[in-house]
Design a protein around this ligand. Structure first.
Ligand SMILES: Nc1ncnc2c1ncn2[C@@H]1O[C@H](COP(=O)(O)OP(=O)(O)OP(=O)(O)O)[C@@H](O)[C@H]1O
Length: 699
C-alpha cells in the first residue's frame, strides 16, 4: 500500500487514503473492468484536476472521479460507487478514453523530474556555476580598477606633470590585466563544464524519450504523427539544451553582476544609486507580465513547426506515391502554407521578444544619460571624483548588459520550459501494455494451438466501431487455417490481436493453452510468432542484417540456411555484393518478390511455432507469386499457420477456411465443403473468377 502511495505522488504522502481506497479489492475490480492500471488511474485523476487535498478524502475523490469518467462517457452518474463506473464502462470504452487522456494538450514542466535529471551531474554543475560566479565577481571589480586608473590620470592632468606617472599607473594596470586573465580562465572553465553537463543531460533525455516512444502501445502510434515524435526528439531537445546552458551560464552571472555592481554603486554614491533602484523591479514586473503571453505564443509556434515537419516528412517518405499522382505541387503548396503559418507565429514571437528587449534597452540607456547628468553635477561640486563617476558608469553599464541578457534569457527560458514540458510528458507516458514481464514457454514444448475465445474488439481510436464480435476460432497445432472475406471485415485485425498489438475488449486469446495476456509480449512477438505481410518493410542496411533482424544472435550460416529455405539464396548470390548488398531505404533497390522472400527468410530465422501470413503474395505478379508461394510452402511446414488471403486460389489447400463477414464468422470448413455449401465462400470464388477472366480478356 505504501509503495502505491509513493507511486501516486512523488512526495508520497497525500495519497495515503487514496491508496487505501484504490488498493485491494476495489483496485482489482477497477483494473479488471476498466483496464486501468494504477499509474493510468492516477494520471486520469490528475488530468481531471483532482487535487491532492481532495484525494485525502476518499469519498470525494471517488465521487469526482466517477463524475469525470461518467460525463466523459455520457453516462449520468448519481453516486460515486465503483459499480457505477463499471456500468459506465459497459456502455462505452473507458480504456480508449483514458488513452485519449494520456497526451496532454498543455503539459506542465516537472521541476522534480528536472532536478532528478541534473542530480548525477551536480558537481560539474556546481563547478560551472562557481566558474560563472567567479567571472561575475571579477567583472564587479573591473569598474573599481578602471576608476582608480582614471583618478591617477586625472591627478596627473591636474598637476600638469608626468613624473612618476609610470610608477603610479603600474599597479592599477597590473591589477586590471590580472583580472582579465582570470576572467578568461574562469570563462573557459564554466563554458566547458556546462557543455559537458548540457550534452549529457540532452543525450539522457533523448535516450529516455526514444525508449519511452519505443515502448508505447501500437494504439499510441495510431494517433501520433511521426513528424511530431521526430520533432520532440530533435528540435525540442535542442531548444531545451540551449536554453538550459544559457540560463545557467548567463543567468547566474547576470544576477550576481546586478547585485555586485549594485552594491558598488551604492558605496560610490547612494544618491545616484537611489535613482536607479526603481528600474530593476519595473523590468522584472514587465517581464513577468509578458512572460505568460510569450509562453503561449511559443507553444503555438512550436506546435506549428512540428506540424510543418510532419507534412514534409510524410511527403518525402512517400515520394513514390506523390510522384505517381503528380502531387508535387500540391504537397509543396501545403508545406508552404503550414511553413508560412509557423513563420508568422515565430515572427510574432520575435516581435514580442524584440519589443521587450528594445524597450528594456531604451529604458536602460536613458538611465545612463540620467546618471551622466547627475554624476557630472556631483563631480563639478567635488562630491565625487572623476574616477568614481567612471566606476559608476562602467558598473551601471555592466548592470545594463546583465539586465539585457536576462531579458534575452527570458525568451530562451520560455522556449526551453515549454520544450522540456513536452519532452517530460512523453517520457512519463505509461503504456497500457508492457513490453516485458509475464510467462515464456520453452520453445521445444510450445504446443502452439491458438484459440480465440469469444473475442470482441474495437480499435481504441474508434471505440464505436466494433470490428470483431464474439469471435471464436481454434487453430490446431501444426495446421493451416485461412481467413477470407471481403475488404474491411476484420481479417488483419485477427492477426493484430494474435500478435497482441492491441488487447481484446472481451474474451481471450490463448497460445499453447495460456492466455496471451499472461505471456511475455516480447517473447510472444519476438520468438513465438512470425509475421509476413503484404508489403514487408526492409531497413536500409545489408541483406544479411535484414534477415538477421529475425534473430540478432543468428550466425551467418544460419542466415544463409534461412535464405535457402525462403528461395532467396540464389538471387542474393547473383548480386555482385551478395549478402552485403544494401537494399536502400525501405528496400527500394530489390523487387517486390525478392523483398518478400527476404522477409520470409527473416521470419523463418526465428523458427516461430506460429506463422501469420497476411496477404503475403497479393502484391506480386503470377510469376513471382509462384516462387514466393513455394517459399511459403517450405516456411509453413510443421507450424501453426494463420493465412489471411484475398486470392482464394492460394488457400485451397488450407486445413480449415473461415469466412469472415462484418467481424463475425459466417462459414467454416475445407475448400470443397465450403464450395459445396454454395454460400458466401462460393460467391467470393465466383466474383474472383469473373474478375480474373475479365482481366484475361483485356490482356
Ligand atoms: N489502426 C486502426 N484504427 C482504427 N480502425 C482500424 C485500424 N485498422 C483497421 N481499422 C478498421 O477496422 C476494420 C477492419 O480492418 P481490417 O484491416 O482488419 O480489415 P481486413 O478485412 O483485413 O481488410 P483488407 O482485406 O482490406 O485488408 C476496418 O473498418 C478498418 O477501417
Amino acid at each position: 500500500m505504501w509503495r502505491f502511495a509513493k507511486l501516486c505522488h512523488p512526495s508520497g504522502f497525500y495519497y495515503r487514503n487514496t491508496a487505501d481506497l484504490l488498493c485491494g479489492k476495489t483496485l482489482n475490480v477497477m483494473k479488471e473492468h476498466l483496464k486501468l492500471d494504477r499509474q493510468r488511474l492516477y494520471h486520469f485523476a490528475r488530468r481531471k484536476q483532482i487535487s491532492p487535498e481532495e484525494s485525502t478524502k476518499p469519498r470525494r475523490l471517488l465521487v469526482k472521479l466517477s463524475f469525470a469518467v461518467g460525463s466523459a462517457c455520457g453516462v449520468k452518474i448519481c453516486s460515486g460507487s465503483i459499480s457505477v463506473l463499471c456500468q459506465a464502462h459497459k456502455k462505452t470504452r473507458i480504456s480508449g478514453l483514458i488513452l485519449e487522456e494520456n497526451v496532454n494538450k498543455d503539459p506542465r514542466f516537472d521541476w522534480n523530474q528536472f532536478f532528478t535529471l541534473l542530480w548525477p551531474h551536480i558537481w560539474y554543475l556546481l563547478a560551472a556555476i562557481a566558474g560563472a560566479l567567479a567571472v561575475a565577481l571579477l567583472n564587479i571589480q573591473i569598474p573599481q580598477v578602471l576608476g582608480n586608473i582614471v583618478n591617477v590620470v586625472a591627478k596627473f592632468a591636474r598637476d600638469g606633470s608626468s613624473a612618476m606617472f609610470n610608477e603610479k599607473i603600474k599597479l592599477p594596470v597590473f591589477h586590471l590585466v590580472n583580472l582579465y586573465i582570470l576572467q578568461a580562465f574562469f570563462t573557459f572553465i564554466y563554458i566547458y563544464l556546462l557543455s559537458c553537463v548540457g550534452e549529457r543531460v540532452a543525450t539522457q533525455l533523448k535516450q529516455e524519450l526514444f525508449e519511452s516512444i519505443m515502448r508505447q502501445d501500437i494504439a499510441f502510434f495510431d494517433k501520433q504523427r511521426t513528424g511530431e515524435l521526430v520533432n520532440r526528439l530533435t528540435s525540442d531537445i535542442q531548444d531545451f539544451k540551449s536554453s538550459f546552458k544559457l540560463c545557467i551560464s548567463q543567468g547566474f552571472r547576470s544576477v550576481a553582476q546586478i547585485f555586485g555592481c549594485g552594491m558598488s554603486l551604492y558605496l560610490i554614491s547612494p544618491q545616484m544609486t537611489g535613482a536607479l533602484l526603481f528600474v530593476v523591479p519595473t523590468v522584472i514586473g514587465v517581464g513577468t507580465l509578458l512572460g505568460s503571453l510569450l509562453r503561449k505564443l511559443s507553444r503555438e509556434a512550436q506546435a506549428q513547426v512540428a506540424k510543418t515537419t510532419n507534412i514534409g516528412e510524410e511527403a518525402i517518405s512517400n515520394i513514390r506515391t506523390v510522384r505517381a499522382f503528380a502531387m508535387e505541387k500540391q504537397e509543396c503548396d501545403l508545406f508552404e502554407q503550414e511553413a508560412e503559418k509557423a513563420c508568422n507565429l515565430n515572427q510574432r514571437l520575435g516581435l514580442g521578444i524584440g519589443l521587450f528587449q528594445a524597450g528594456t534597452n531604451l529604458f536602460l540607456n536613458g538611465m545612463i544619460l540620467g546618471t551622466l547628468y547627475v554624476g557630472g553635477h556631483l563631480v563639478s561640486t567635488s562630491q565625487v571624483t572623476p574616477g568614481d563617476l567612471m566606476s559608476f558608469l562602467v558598473a551601471s553599464q555592466t548592470i545594463q548588459r546583465s539586465l539585457a541578457q536576462l531579458s534575452l534569457l527570458f525568451g530562451h527560458m520560455v522556449k526551453g520550459i515549454s520544450a522540456g514540458a513536452r519532452i517530460f510528458e512523453f517520457i512519463n507516458l505509461e503504456p497500457s501494455m508492457p513490453l516485458t514481464g509475464g510467462k515464456t514457454i520453452p520453445h521445444h514444448s510450445l504446443i502452439a494451438d491458438v484459440v480465440f475465445n469469444n473475442v470482441t474488439f474495437a480499435y481504441p481510436t474508434r471505440p464505436q466501431q466494433v470490428v470483431l464480435k464474439n469471435f471464436n476460432l481454434h487453430l490446431p497445432a501444426g495446421k493451416t487455417v485461412a481467413i477470407v472475406g471481403s475488404s474491411g471485415n476484420g481479417k488483419s485485425t485477427v492477426a493484430a490481436l494474435l500478435e497482441r498489438f492491441y488487447d481484446v475488449d472481451k474474451g481471450s486469446i490463448s497460445v499453447g493453452g495460456t492466455d496471451i495476456r499472461n505471456l511475455n509480449p516480447s517473447w510472444l512477438r519476438g520468438r513465438a510468432i512470425g509475421f509476413i505481410n503484404q508489403e514487408p518493410i526492409l531497413f536500409a542496411t545489408s541483406i544479411m542484417e535484414n534477415i538477421r533482424y529475425g534473430r540478432p544472435s543468428a550466425t551467418d550460416n544460419e542466415v544463409i540456411e534461412a535464405a535457402k529455405m525462403a528461395n532467396a539464396h540464389e538471387f542474393i548470390e547473383s548480386f555482385p555484393e551478395g549478402y552485403s548488398t544494401v537494399v536502400g531505404e525501405r528496400g527500394v533497390t530489390v523487387s517486390g518478390g525478392q523483398k518478400q522472400r527476404i522477409a520470409i527468410a527473416r521470419a523463418l530465422l526465428k523458427n516461430p511455432a506460429i506463422l501469420i501470413l497476411d496477404e503475403a503474395t497479393s502484391a506480386l505478379d503470377a510469376e513471382s507469386e509462384k516462387i514466393v508461394q513455394s517459399s511459403l510452402d517450405n516456411a509453413t511446414r510443421g507450424r501453426t499457420v494463420l493465412v489471411i488471403a484475398h486470392r482464394l486460389s492460394t488457400v485451397q489447400n488450407a486445413d480449415l477456411i473461415v469466412v469472415l463477414h462484418d467481424g463475425v464468422i459466417v462459414e467454416m470448413g475445407t475448400h470443397d465443403a465450403l464450395k459445396a455449401q454454395r454460400g458466401l465462400y462460393w460467391n467470393l470464388i465466383r466474383q474472383q473468377e469473373v474478375s480474373e477472366s475479365m482481366t484475361r480478356n483485356l490482356v
